[in-house]
Design a binder for this molecule. Structure first.
Ligand code: ZN
Length: 425
């Protein structure tokens, strides 16, 4: 199982990640809800304190150990001690796993030993029972105590998780309130793809084109990104920081102003990414498309120049956010998402493989065969071709074995700048 990096917290405080298990996408989400213990809070609070102190104890001990600690070793070092402190078997495991990840990330960041203050415990599926029908969560605590909690959430929020499996949760106590984040996952059973949607992201616009497996383009759409708006706020932040180079962190009003612009950037980019993800997935659903994106990690590796341009203008984070939302929305609709290596997608001729040169504003031309095309649309042809050449042999459903012919560009591309530049809707 390959883990993927992205996770985020959106406005509903639902945390999401998206990973691949073989060919099957797995969607993970955490549902965060308030929880009211039935009866006394005492045992649960006692448990959370014990848990925190136990994590701290393990942190303190492994902080000074220089060698690499395997799970086996951690188990040997701490398991029986923790169990004798009245924890259950899986509590013990969660405690040392938690402590190790705290130590690892502290070493990577500040280099200072973590000191735990907050009351929060991660609990394995073996130590709780979740009854979504009655919204009751039963937790198994130390010394075999049990506590029942009433979950406070609307039916609407819960409904979608009924068919998902849950595997872990986190209980927190903050300012007199208990919170539970329950981790759910669902394996996406993907639909068979009938078409390929190739997506090209640029800082100014997003271009998506849908191709049939025999190379006809059936849909083309160009959308503007809000990069200008985001840049404006970025420029404001830089201007303020320049004006108060040393003091901006310490003057409240200045810091506030910066935070305000930062918040705007965050809102604009999330709003856009959500809407775009939704629009793309809806369209892909209508055409039964596999959604093909450029692999941003590879882009970073093999195209330093483009990466630099990205970061200067807007930032790779924005593309990650957009891609994440696309993947997420596609997953919600059981659509396949694939990533291709972006090398050459905007510099190689899709017809003959020759090198493309600029021929006016965002137009590319091939010196060898005379192909002319809009830069972004050309990129979608190349993305499409890369996907099909990689997948037509390994039996992806719906792919005709001899499609597409390598020397045949999808229709409508040659020299027709105007068509490529219009935005269909
Ligand atoms: Zn060519």
């Amino acid at each position: 199982m390959s883990e993927k990096l992205i996770s985020f917290e959106n406005k509903d405080t639902i945390l999401v990640s998206y990973s691949m298990r073989g060919e099957e996408p797995v969607v993970n989400e955490a549902l965060k809800v308030r929880a009211l213990p039935e009866g006394s809070y005492d045992k649960l609070l006692e448990f959370l304190k014990l848990y925190r102190d136990a994590v701290q104890l393990v942190v303190d001990k492994i902080w000074d150990i220089d060698e690499k600690l395997s799970w086996k070793k951690l188990h040997r070092l701490f398991y029986s001690d923790l169990v004798s402190m009245s924890f259950r078997a899986h509590h013990a495991k969660e405690i040392y796993v938690n402590a190790k990840s705290l130590v690892d990330s502290a070493r990577g960041n500040s280099g200072r030993k973590p000191v735990l203050r907050k009351l929060s415990a991660r609990i394995d599926k073996y130590d709780y029972k979740l009854d979504l029908d009655n919204m009751i969560l039963t937790l198994k605590l130390h010394n075999n105590y049990e506590v029942r909690l009433k979950l406070i959430a609307s039916r609407e929020r819960i409904e979608k998780f009924r068919s998902w499996s849950n595997y872990e949760l986190v209980v927190k106590y903050e300012e007199g309130v208990f919170w539970v984040s329950i981790y759910f996952k669902r394996i996406v059973k993907s639909l068979n793809s009938r078409t390929v949607m190739a997506i090209d992201l640029n800082f100014g616009n997003v271009t998506l084109a849908i191709y049939t497996f025999d190379g006809r383009r059936v849909r083309l759409k160009k959308l503007k990104t809000p990069h200008k708006k985001i840049l404006t706020h970025k420029i404001w932040i830089e201007r303020i920081q320049k004006k108060y180079p040393k003091s901006w962190r310490f003057i409240k009003s200045v810091r506030r102003a910066i935070e305000r612009h930062g918040k705007r950037i965050k809102n604009i980019s999330w709003d856009y990414a959500h809407k775009l993800g939704d629009l793309i997935a809806e369209l892909a659903l209508r055409y039964h498309s596999v959604v093909v994106l450029e692999d941003l990690e590879k882009l970073k590796e093999n195209n330093k120049k483009k990466d630099k341009e990205f970061n200067k203008k807007l930032g790779l984070w924005f593309y990650r956010r957009i891609q994440f939302c696309i993947e997420y929305e596609a997953g919600e609709r059981n659509l396949r998402v694939a990533k291709i290596d972006p090398r050459g997608t905007s510099s190689k001729c899709p017809r003959c493989g020759g090198k493309l040169v600029e021929d006016g504003y965002r137009v590319l031309r091939c010196r060898k065969c005379g192909f002319v095309g809009d830069r972004d649309v050309t990129a979608t042809i190349n993305i499409y071709k890369k996907y099909v050449s990689k997948h037509s042999r390994c039996g992806v459903p719906g792919v005709a074995p001899k499609a597409p012919k390598p020397d045949e560009a999808p229709s409508g591309m040659q020299g027709n700048k105007n068509e490529a530049m219009t935005t269909e809707s």
